[in-house]
Structures are given as structure tokens and as C-alpha cells.
Ligand binder design. Sequence first.
Ligand code: NAD
Ligand code: IPM
Ligand code: MN
Length: 354
Amino acid sequence: SKTYTIASIPGDGIGREVIPAGQRVIETVAQKRGFAVKWDTYDWSCERYAQTGRMMPEDGIEQVKGSDAIYLGAVGYPGVPDHVSLWGLLIPLRRELDQYANVRPVRLLKGVQSPLAGRSAEDIDFVVVRENVEGEYSEIGGRIYEGTEREMAMQEAVFTRKGVDRIMEYAFELAKTRKRGHVTSATKSNGIVHTMPFWDERFAAASERHPGIETAQFHIDILTAHFVLHPDWFDVVVGSNLFGDILSDLGPAVAGSIGIAPSANINPEGVYPSMFEPVHGSAPDIAGKGIANPVAAIWTAAMMLEHLGEAEAAADIERAIEHSLASEETRTADLGGRANTEEATNAVVDALSA
Ligand code: NAD
Ligand code: IPM
Ligand code: MN
């Protein structure tokens, strides 16, 4: 039978609680569907940074490059500045493995209550496609004259034609696989931000290449309002690195909780492994208590298996998640339930085994 090699990087905080939960679920579904996983586990984290001065070894990227996929929890912990943990691990992985498409589905699952009145599952079902390697998150800039009156901080936003065109292409191709076939662009092109008229031109060019796909575009400010007031307007939403980041925390809030939101950092050409991580971070405020919602990591595991070609296993997991969310006994507190991480995971595993 088929064996996949998956690099697992639990990272920090609740990453260490939800990644083992996801691994348990994968092991269960693998047995059922007749494939196997070889786990290569890496202790790359803020703790490792405290011991060695590095988040990951110098040849870290080389070490994971040969795996079929990477399964990451989150990095970041009080005591290590976020820019150290992020530039030392998360960002280099995304960039050096050219994972330029960050795919973040938002769905109101059965059993979950939206904070929006009167909304049900058919109203909230969209995907944020976020440009993941350039844009506002550029390496050009920094801080100078720190602590003086002349102190300043600068960062250039970088939008390349190649970079924008390929994320547009990804979004339109994804829309073709969905029922509605609609793409919304997140922009800010009223002439204030210089990069965004360019973004709009490339969006229009992509739209011409894909005449079957309907489109819309909104400035990011009003788009956030529409996410709350009209989530049913959206199918695929394409955004720059920063806009996509913001929308992909807002979306899950509208769909119940950041604790369920999955994410895939895709290298569409398959030259490098893609990386799968929940949208949420290491949540230091609840870390170590065993109460984190494992569903984001488990849904992320389903995306990973789908990417590896195990579509049936992925569908099994999604069904099991919905089953587990149906009862307060097996939902975690962020969803108004009474379960801890282990109980919530057990419910998914049990539903898979049933
Ligand atoms: P966060 O997502 O860690 O937490 C935000 C809030 O949501 C917290 O109140 C937290 O308790 C809650 N929450 C998050 N996930 C949850 C879950 N599974 N179940 C229940 N509640 C959950 O975001 P933050 O507080 O902005 O960041 C904390 C740290 O995580 C920072 O160091 C940040 O840099 C890092 N971070 C890392 C990643 C990553 O590595 N991919 C992503 C986001 C944030
Ligand atoms: C995410 C996170 C990261 C991002 C941070 C931690 C750098 O918020 O994965 O959404 O902005 O990409
Ligand atoms: Mn984010």
C-alpha cells in the first residue's frame, strides 16, 4: 500500500496539542482507507530557539524538501519576539518552498452557530485565496535610528506581474471547480495605494482569460463589512498577502470560530512540498490547558490528504468533524461546548471508526 512521508512540525503553544490530535485522526483514516504515513517529526520551535539560537537548523528547508507534505501547528511564544519566530521558520518555509497560494476555506459547518443572526450553512461557503510570498510582507525595509527622534520604520510592498498573475490564475481555476464559479478581488485601488491599480489590471486580465467565471471587486474596507453583512455573496475571494490574512481571520469568525479554520500553503507546480497549518496561532493564553479546539488542525489534515490524492479519506474526515460538532458534549468551549481537546478528538476518531 501507499506510504506518504509527512514532515510534522508541531511548533509552539497549542500547536503541540492540536497536531498530535490531527495525526491521530490521520492514522485512523489511513487504516480505514488503506494507506500509511511515515511521520518525520521536527522540534523546531521557540523552545529550540532558546536552546540553540535558531528556530530550525541552517539546513532545515533541505531536511523537509523531500517530504510529500508538511504539517505545521504554529510558532510564536512569549519570550521570543514574533519577528524572530516568524522570519526564522514560518516565512522562509512558505517562501523557499514557493508556496504562493494560501487556500483558506470558510464554511458554516452543521452544528456550528454563526454569530450572525439567521445564517445557515448554505449562506457561508467561500474560500479565501491569499497571495502568500510577496505583497506587503516584503523583506525590503526595516527600522533605523531606533530609540532616537529620527527613528523610522519602512517596508516596500512588492507586487510582481508573475506573482500577481499566478495567484489570480489559481483563484480562477479554483472557482471552476466550485458550484458557483465566482471570484471576488480584495482591492484598494482608489489611487491611494500605488500597487492596487496594478493588482486590478491583472485581475481584469485573468477575468478575460476565464470568461465563464463571474467576478466582483471591492475595496478592502467595505469588503470586511460585506463579509459580515452578506457572506452569501462570496465564493472565491482573492487577496494580497495582508488583505488575505485579515479576511481569513474574519471569515472563520463569521463561520463560528478561528478554532475550526484550516489552511493550505500550496506550491501548485508540485516542485516543492505544500504545507498545511491551521489558520490560528499558538494561542499562548490557552496553551497547556488541553482545551484548544483541534478541529482546525483536523480539517487541515483533510486538506492535506486531499492534496495527496486521498479524496475519500478527506471526505471521511469532514463528515466525522460535522458529526463531532453536532453535540455540546463533543464541541470545545470556543463553540459553546463542554469538551476538551482530547474529548473533541475522540469524537472525530469514533465517528471515523463507526
Ligand atoms: P492566535 O490565533 O494564536 O489566538 C487568537 C485567539 O484565538 C486567542 O484568544 C486564542 O486562545 C484563540 N484561539 C486560537 N486558536 C484556537 C483554538 N484552536 N481553539 C480555541 N481557541 C483558539 O493568534 P494571536 O494571539 O494573534 O497570536 C499568538 C501567537 O501565535 C503569536 O506569537 C503569533 O505570531 C503566532 N501565530 C503563528 C501562526 C503560525 O505559525 N502559523 C499564525 C498566527 C499567529
Ligand atoms: C497566518 C498568520 C501569519 C501570517 C503570521 C503569524 C505571520 O497570521 O498564518 O495567518 O500573517 O501569515
Ligand atoms: Mn493570520
